[in-house]
Ligand binder design. Structure first.
Ligand SMILES: Nc1ncnc2c1ncn2[C@@H]1O[C@H](COP(=O)(O)OP(=O)(O)OP(=O)(O)O)[C@@H](O)[C@H]1O
Length: 306
């Protein structure tokens, strides 16, 4: 759905993007993660045709977006990180205004606005003035706005900033609904915890360069060659520890009561071998889980200063 190749952007002498390569497949929720000033907004604006790159290529649904920006824009819904001021415009009027830009009128428009307000949980605010909405509500209205032309690719720049936990939970649900509707979503953030549960893939950008990208599991594996297992035994944790110490690919063991956190150098094959050893040696294993690393840990790991 989106492919970016060798994207560079200079602001005068400052190089904001140093040659970005990214691929986002249809149906993904791609988390575009990076600290302040990393280059997320610059990349997103170029993708949406709001900024020209210094060099590079952007393809949206196979269309060369830098050469056919009008065609590419039909596929893109962009939610900027800042929401403008709209005096004396009610929520419904606001969406009517944006619908008119795309030539959507009459009953089709009314039904679409009704559906969008339902999607973003703002049906009961349809008659409110936009300026009277809370920041979180404005964000959701802005999301509804970028859906009026039924785009396939949504580019959302920090949509959760300023939202309270309830609004964030709503946003996650909305994103899942959008994916069920067949959309592809790119969502930027520097607050990783808000993305970790919903993203199917991520790209981490730092100082204008993609440090790492791929689906969440791939990225986790690339960053952490070692896997961490959580093993619980009904009793005899000492025996479990003794057996684990004899396994050559076990790197570290951290026992707490009947639970052991075990770092291994290996993949699923090694996990199977480890479990087999424990069972053969009569260690009473009750549970064995792969400990998932959250995006926050990965982000801190890959963006830490050398
Ligand atoms: N118009 C501009 N002129 C000069 N420099 C700019 C301009 N816009 C952005 N920059 C610089 O380019 C770099 C990338 O900025 P960008 O806004 O893309 O980062 P970001 O990852 O979106 O950051 P944030 O999370 O703070 O929004 C920053 O160093 C910023 O200061």
């Amino acid at each position: 759905m989106l492919e970016i190749r060798g994207l560079k952007k200079n602001y005068k002498k400052f190089t904001a993007l140093k040659g970005i390569d990214l691929k986002v497949e249809k149906g993904e929720i791609f988390g575009f993660i990076g600290p302040n000033g990393a280059g997320k907004t610059t990349t997103m604006k170029i993708v949406c045709g709001l900024l020209s790159p210094t060099s590079g290529e952007v393809y949206v649904n196979g269309i060369n977006a830098l050469q056919n920006i009008r065609r590419a824009k039909q596929y893109i819904g962009y939610m900027p990180d800042f929401f403008g001021v709209y005096d004396n415009l009610k929520v419904t009027e606001y969406l009517e205004f944006y619908s008119s830009i795309y030539g959507i009128k009459g009953t089709e428009r009314n039904k679409m606005i009704e559906d969008l307000l339902e999607l973003v949980n703002l049906t009961d605010k349809s008659d409110f003035f936009v300026d009277s909405l809370s920041r979180g509500m404005k964000q959701k209205l802005c999301l509804a706005r970028c859906l009026v032309h039924n785009p396939e690719l949504l580019v959302l720049d920090e949509p959760a900033s300023g939202m309270d936990p309830r609004a964030r939970a709503d946003l996650k649900k909305i994103l899942c609904t959008l994916i069920d509707m067949g959309k592809t979503v790119i969502i930027s953030s520097h607050i990783l915890s808000e993305l970790s549960e919903v993203c199917t893939s991520i790209g981490i950008i730092n100082k204008g360069e993609i440090v790492i990208s791929g689906n969440v599991e791939e990225v986790t594996n690339k960053v952490y060659n070692n896997k961490v297992l959580e093993i619980e035994v009904s009793d005899s944790p000492d025996k479990a520890e003794t057996v684990l110490k004899e396994i050559d690919f076990v790197q570290d063991i951290n026992p707490t009561g009947n639970k052991l956190e075990v770092s291994i150098n290996g993949d699923n094959e090694q996990i199977k071998k480890l479990l087999k050893q424990l069972v053969i040696r009569d260690v009473p294993v009750i549970t064995l889980n792969k400990k998932t690393q959250n995006l926050e840990d990965i982000f801190l790991e890959v963006t830490k200063e050398a």
